[in-house]
Design a protein around this ligand. Structure first.
Ligand code: ADP
Ligand code: MG
Length: 717
């Protein structure tokens, strides 16, 4: 018996006046183009294509985002904020306001002394006229707490004729992802037609029956029918959370698909040949001898792991995770030296120019005494300098450092043996692949080392990073003191500035970080300029510097240098300093509007202090009132300096797409699965995945094709 009911809806085709198209259902109906469905003309098919819906099976797997319950009417007195509900009530009062922007307020009541306010900010004259006192309305919308009563903003509504019967839905209505020009009703209608072609499980199911049985996987057909057409008595709360067994069944399959696709990607890369970077280690020894510190045991262990990988004739794909300040750069350098000693080139790529420049300085400082040349290639570099740098790279310059400009077309390497990507979470999976392609031209593929300060929680490591091996630098260099963190309301800004003054007098150095979520670098720079002016004025006897992303690389460097030398007491900065900036004497950081930032960003920023032996502090200035999420974030920051705990919490609060910075790439936008919610499925996903790849490769391929479709080409990269 399946755990949910499928008997409450009908599978017979709806009666339509048009004859149904004749379809050869002996072939796999899932592969028919959507245009074979009745009522789908060329224009609609094109709209579907924009949603990635080309074949009938794409419609089967186009899953609802949420559901609306129009199977019942909720009395006004039962409404609560946060609910989505359908109500019937009569207009009691109408008010048109134009004070700040046009607004139409409509008070409706159902005679039980309760009023609900409908608010419209966009409306046309016809609408305004239609919503007159005495008119009876059927509304559906989300309830929220207004100033004086409960409200619905822009509800869906429909006028009811007096005494007319209300036609309630028989099933919950799915709400699908859609695009402009395609309404829910129309989309749902076509999906319904597609579902009529859904074959029996024997034909539909791609996971072998033995594995289904072993892991308790129930019928795929029933799961699909249930999520598209949940009965009126389905548990809406469970469905909305994605925890219904039918949804979990689909989430399992989706996670399985993604896991197998990444594994295939990895296997495909492993099949290729890579240069053996197995020098004797003479260069590395000379470098180590000159280093002013001893590597930590964790650094040594990770270097060993990397060295063993790159000595193999197949490409390494390894992620090194190490908290902020754990010394990832030294690990990168050790790997780079192995490549150079074996006669190969190294590309080191960082997400921001500032960070890339810092690597450039570090590497030059370390390697020029060893007569190893380090080249610079970044986006802003132009004309002759760029031409010359590119020529030297093509002629075989040993180490090339830069931003993602390194991936751009036209950059040719002579013998690229190792690619190092720093602060991975900033790069999407696709960028990772683009760089990998750099080596594909020739016969050998470069090894790839990815560095990240964001520890990848285990669940993500097993799924989103299934194409990589993972090493952890789980130890900080000795002598670091944990950063003390406090949160202070912006109302007490003056006190904070006084505190900065006291710190400067003691010879400490301070970062003041301006955060603005605005996309524009210009606005961000303006905010920083304003804070700079304020602090310069308030701190008469301290030198205050300014750095932001709109400055030229040379200017930025000059400012960083004066700060590093101690001439500047305070550095006002935008989040350009988020990653990698290293000034050990800076021991106080103030982050303005810290409530706007995500946890991992706050952690990255805070990692700029606490780099030396001096006790460090971080002040999280916030603008009250704080929302629930912001409160939780600031609380976590006060409680811990442990990047791993912070990452797990971040995942919990924000979801994996954001944590990985890959939301836009689409690679991780699941239709059903949610890595946080469904983490418990992953061990079984992994087991089934391994078995399918080994024993049922053909089905595995079809499954990937079904769920990922066009994106699956990455599986062949
Ligand atoms: P991250 O892992 O954040 O990239 P870095 O590589 O920038 O860290 O290292 C942070 C600081 O610690 C740098 O100043 C670096 O020189 C120093 N460092 C790295 N390894 C050690 C070590 N084993 N002992 C002492 N200092 C170290
Ligand atoms: Mg770093």
């Amino acid at each position: 018996m399946s755990p949910w009911r499928v008997d409450s809806f009908s599978l017979t085709p709806m009666a339509t006046s048009k004859p149904r198209p004749i379809i050869d259902t002996t072939a796999d109906p899932g592969h028919l183009p959507v245009a074979t469905l009745g009522g789908v003309g060329p224009a609609l098919a094109e709209t579907f294509a924009r949603l990635g819906l080309h074949r009938v099976q794409d419609l089967w797997f186009h899953l609802p985002l949420r559901y609306e319950d129009r199977t019942r009417i909720t009395p006004l007195r039962d409404l609560r904020p946060g609910m989505r509900a359908q109500v019937v009530a009569t207009v009691e009062a109408v008010e048109k306001g134009f004070r700040y922007r046009p607004q139409l307020k409509v008070a409706i009541g159902d005679g039980a002394m309760e009023t609900l306010l409908l608010r419209f900010f966009h409306f046309n004259r016809a609408q305004a006229e239609q919503l007159r006192v005495g008119v009876r309305l059927l509304c559906y919308g989300e309830v929220r707490q207004g100033n004086s009563s409960l409200e619905m903003v822009h509800p869906q509504y429909q006028r009811l004729a007096e005494n007319a019967d209300i036609a309630l839905d028989e099933r919950l209505s799915p709400v699908y992802p859609t695009t402009e020009g395609l309404g829910q009703k129309r989309l749902a209608g076509v999906i319904d037609k597609a579902l009529q072609l859904l074959p029996q499980d024997a034909q539909l199911e791609l996971i072998p029956p033995s594995l289904c049985a072993e892991h308790g996987l129930t019928s795929l057909r029933e799961a699909l029918l249930y999520v598209h057409r949940p009965p009126a008595d389905a548990r809406l709360d469970q469905l909305m959370l994605g925890r219904h067994p039918a949804q979990q069944r689909l989430a399992f399959e989706e996670l399985l698909t993604q896991h197998m696709s990444l594994k295939r990607l990895r296997a495909a890369v492993r099949e290729r040949r890579a240069p053996k970077l197995n020098g004797k280690g003479a260069l590395r020894k000379r470098w180590l001898d000159a280093l002013p510190f001893r590597l930590t045991a964790a650094q040594q262990r990770v270097i060993k792991e990397v060295s063993a990988d790159i000595a193999q004739p197949h490409p390494m794909l390894r992620l090194v995770q190490g908290d902020v300040g754990s010394g990832k750069t030294a690990v990168a350098c050790a790997a780079a030296l192995a490549a150079v000693e074996s006669g190969y080139q190294v590309a080191l790529m960082a997400p921001t120019e500032l960070l890339a420049e810092q690597h450039l300085r570090n590497f030059r400082h370390w390697l020029e005494p060893l007569n190893i040349s380090v080249e610079w290639l970044a986006g802003k570099q132009q004309g002759k300098a760029r031409q010359q740098a590119m020529r030297r790279v093509a002629e075989g310059a040993s180490i090339v450092i830069g931003t993602h400009a390194l991936m751009q077309e036209g950059v040719e390497f002579a013998r690229l043996g190792l690619v190092i990507v720093d602060e991975q979470h900033r790069f999407g999976v696709q960028q990772r692949l683009a760089l990998r392609d750099k080596g594909l031209e020739g016969e050998l593929v470069p090894h790839q080392l990815v560095l990240t300060a964001t520890p990848i929680p285990r669940t993500l490591a097993m799924s989103a990073y299934a194409d990589l091996d993972i090493s952890a630098i789980d130890e900080l260099p000795p002598g670091r003191t944990p950063v003390q963190t406090i949160a202070i309301s912006n109302a007490r800004r003056i006190e904070v500035i006084e505190r900065i003054h006291a710190a400067c007098v003691e010879g400490r150095q301070v970062y003041w970080v301006c955060t603005l979520i605005e996309e524009s670098e210009q606005l961000r720079a303006q905010a920083a300029e304003a804070a700079h002016a304020e602090l310069t004025h308030a701190l008469v006897d301290c030198r205050v510097g300014l750095i932001h992303g709109r400055m030229k690389p040379k200017e930025k460097q000059a400012v960083m240098d004066t700060f590093k030398s101690g001439e500047l007491a305070v550095l006002v900065a935008t989040t350009v300093i988020e990653v990698g900036v290293d000034v050990p004497n800076a021991s106080l950081m103030v982050i303005e509007n810290s409530e706007r930032l995500g946890l991992s960003q706050l952690h990255q920023l805070r990692g700029r202090v606490g780099r030396g032996a001096i006790a460090s502090n971080c002040v999280l200035l916030y603008q009250p009132p704080l929302g629930q999420l912001a409160q939780e974030r600031l609380q976590v920051m006060r409680e811990t300096n442990d990047g791993f705990r912070i990452a797990e919490k971040d995942l919990e609060l924000r979801g994996p797409g954001e944590v990985l910075g890959t939301r836009q790439t689409g690679q991780l936008s699941f239709r059903m699965a949610d890595l946080t919610r469904d983490a418990h499925l992953l061990p079984a996903v992994q087991r089934v995945g391994e078995q399918m790849l080994a024993e049922y490769p053909e089905q595995a391929g079809r499954l990937i094709e079904r769920w990922i479709g066009g994106a699956a080409r990455y599986a062949n990269a």
